[in-house]
Design a protein around this ligand. Structure first.
Ligand SMILES: [Fe+2]
Ligand SMILES: [Fe+2]
Length: 259
């Protein structure tokens, strides 16, 4: 059994005329809720858009926030993130390194271990996403190396399928047939986990479950919910997901509102 939380799109520095105070409060509230759980989590996954503008100040805020958690934090960048400052503040890396931020992390949980392939689907300067050729080659190698019968997740920011929200579909992950070809070679992947959608969504891709975490900073309205005030709902409280993988390798996801 492996149990972890999945949050996304905290957008530190997102300024609604409050200097980013609202975004900071919501992110802190979610992490405080996770820290206050009476039970244990094996990890907390954050699938990108950590900073809103990718500034050093936003990453300093992120490093302090994430570093204060009692949980093992895993993260990948989103389209609002900037690779150099992200690397420097959150990974102790070279701020001049603008290559994709790809990492494979194996986490030893209380009752078992899991591997997370954390992929960079961002394209610097753009809202849409793509796993570049070097990232896909790296991912292919990571998935080939994991031969244990334990949970294996491929994580990135941009969903590689439409979710039927008009705001997110034009900036989803494209070139997805290349990702599908890699995944087809590694049928032991448990699931694909993403963010970017600002709405909790469950679908499938390449024969695997694909779960998009809800957004912490805001929630995307679907067309049938009405978009007269704009596509983003800022009044709904933040939400998060809990993922459980049982010993048979089956993923179950629970969604929670954080009041
Ligand atoms: Fe976002
Ligand atoms: Fe995004």
């Amino acid at each position: 059994m492996f149990t972890f939380a999945h949050i996304s799109d905290i957008h530190l520095g997102y300024d609604r005329g409050d200097g980013g105070a609202r975004a900071a409060e919501r992110a802190a509230r979610v992490l405080r809720t996770l820290d206050g759980l009476p039970g244990e989590l094996d990890a907390v996954l954050l699938t990108g858009d950590i900073a809103d503008h990718g500034t050093d100040a936003e990453y300093a805020e992120a490093a302090a926030l994430l570093g204060a958690s009692r949980h093992r934090l895993l993260h990948c960048p989103g389209n609002h993130d900037a690779r150099g400052p992200y690397r420097a503040a959150l990974l102790g890396g070279d701020p001049q390194d603008g290559s994709p931020v790809n990492r494979a992390v194996r986490v030893r949980g209380a009752e078992g271990s899991a591997t997370f392939a954390l992929c960079d689907s961002s394209i610097p300067g753009r809202g849409d996403g793509r796993l570049d050729d070097a990232t896909l080659a790296w991912l292919d190698g990571v998935l080939a190396q994991v031969t244990r019968a334990e949970p294996l997740f491929v994580c990135f920011h941009h969903p590689p399928v439409p979710l039927y929200g008009q705001y997110v579909d034009p900036v989803r992950q494209f070139g997805e047939e290349r990702l599908a070809a890699v995944l087809d070679r590694h049928p032991h992947v448990t699931a694909l986990l993403c963010g970017h959608s600002h709405t909790p969504a469950v679908t499938g891709f390449a024969g695997l479950p694909l779960v998009a975490a809800p957004g912490v900073v805001s929630t995307l309205r679907m067309p049938w919910e009405g978009e007269a005030d704009g596509p983003m709902d800022h009044a709904l409280p933040p939400m998060l997901a809990f993922h459980v993988v049982d010993d048979a390798g089956r993923l179950t996801t629970h969604f929670r509102v954080v009041p």
